[in-house]
Write a protein that binds this ligand. Structure first.
Ligand code: KG4
Ligand code: ZN
Length: 418
């Protein structure tokens, strides 16, 4: 496919569903309908080409650490404070930020509308008014914003900001599903490598709020075939970390501790037979998961040992990581066989874990020769705006399947499903 045949679209992505405020600008292109060799094929197999032009992300982790988890009111305040500066940063990086020669005062009714009807925090509303008064309309074709799932007060900040930009600058706004973003995060960097999704594909989504196996029949056509019955795997990592006295978010810290134990074992140290954890639902005849019992088992183990040495903590972290990995691998493998899967996608913050990445790479290489395994790089595994821009872009361009892409009447949806 030659470059001229690809229509380029500039997409602004906005993500505020949890504790990351993220804004990005991507350039995306996909084959025009006329390039498709066979008319009866609705969507070409060749995926889009994605190039990141600007990316700005502020992690609020430190603001939430003292509470041991994400506080919605703090998240909302921090998003409101940071979203406009991050937008300017991403625009600047993309070479799209241009200030007006003279500040143009907004008419009273428009600024009134921004201040009141969109129900923004005053700090953000003032930033937004200043932005419109001082900034030339940038060359953006579409705005993608996370609609859900996530914390509603946090989601509203991104949505209100996106709607205001869309209304004042006449740019269509596409509400985007955060989990579809995690799925399509594997397409980032597709300018460099050909990242094709062949259907049927399977997505294993492992994050702080979700653990799901999703069968993908076609673009945007999903069936959730398995899910956690209680805690998400990322949540279990965070809770086990808390039990071991580690600060939020615990996932990366558990992984570091597990590595230390692994290191000792490779140097010949025997595993402590007392530190054993269950593999929940390993043999259940479905694709569901359960991680709450595993966390409780850690709690009992810690109580039994009473004074935990550093080595005990490392051994528990390793055993927990291995248990979670084994269950994730087993269920995914079964679904892949049963559903004749051609592409496996793994998305969500937990796939930033290098041992889980490695375990999936090894398993698929050994057992599924023709499989296309797509995993986002580590920085795009945890929440970011690029995945939202990619997912929004795909929705926007698949207009045959998506109604009213430019709508602005949508609401935040904390429990939005795929
Ligand atoms: O996708 P994400 O950034 O946010 C949600 O949509 O939930 O995922 C965050 C989750 C947290 O639970 C965090 O502890 C976990 O991903 N996580 C990890 C690692 N890095 C982040 N879990 C295990 N190992 C890691 N290296
Ligand atoms: Zn996420």
């Amino acid at each position: 496919m030659s470059e001229q045949l690809l229509k380029k679209t500039i997409v602004l992505g906005i993500e505020t569903s949890c504790d990351e405020t993220a804004v990005c600008i991507i350039e995306a292109a996909r084959p025009e309908k006329s390039d498709i060799e066979h008319d009866f094929i609705d969507i070409p197999e060749q995926g889009p080409k994605i190039k990141v032009l600007g990316n700005a992300l502020y992690s609020q982790i430190e603001k939430h650490a003292e509470f041991g988890g994400v506080m919605p009111s703090v998240a909302k305040r921090e998003h409101s404070k940071n979203i406009v500066p991050l937008f300017i940063k991403a625009l600047t990086e993309a070479g799209l930020y241009k200030t007006k020669k003279i500040r143009e005062k907004m008419s009273a009714d428009i600024s009134e509308k921004i201040l009141t009807s969109l129900n923004m925090e005053s700090e953000m509303a003032n930033d937004v008014i200043e932005l419109f008064e001082t900034t030339e309309k940038p060359q953006l074709d579409v705005i993608a914003v996370t609609q859900g799932p996530g914390l509603e007060p946090a989601l509203w900040v991104g949505i209100n900001f996106a709607k205001t930009l869309g209304t004042v600058w006449s740019i269509p706004v596409v509400p985007t599903n955060h989990m579809e973003g995690h799925i399509l995060s594997v397409l980032v960097d597709s300018e460099k490598e050909n990242k094709t999704i062949s259907f049927p594909a399977l997505a294993l989504l492992i994050s702080g709020g979700h653990t799901e196996l999703v069968l993908i029949h076609d673009w945007h056509d999903y069936s959730v075939i398995g899910r956690t019955r209680d805690d998400a795997v990322g949540e279990a990592f965070d809770k086990v970390a808390r039990i071991l006295g580690l600060p939020y978010p615990g996932g990366p810290k558990i992984s570091d501790l597990a590595d230390l134990a692994r290191e000792r074992h490779t140097h010949g140290e025997e595993k402590n037979p007392l530190i054993m954890l269950p593999r929940p639902m390993l043999h259940s005849k479905d694709y569901d998961f359960s991680f709450s019992g595993l966390k409780t088992a850690v709690l009992y183990l810690v109580k039994k040992i009473s004074t935990l040495s550093e080595h005990d903590k490392q051994n528990i972290a390793l055993e927990f990581e291995e248990s979670a990995t084994e269950v994730l691998i087993k269920k995914t493998r079964e679904a892949m066989i049963d559903k004749n899967i051609r592409t496996l996608i793994i998305g969500g913050g937990v796939i930033a874990n290098k041992n889980i990445r490695l375990a999936f790479q090894k398993m698929t290489e050994l057992e599924f020769v023709d499989l296309n395994l797509l995993i986002p790089n580590i920085e795009h595994s945890t929440d970011n705006a690029i995945m939202i821009a990619v997912a929004g872009y795909m929705r926007f361009t698949n207009t045959s399947k998506v109604k009213d892409p430019g709508q602005t009447s949508f609401r935040a949806s904390g429990n939005l499903s795929l």
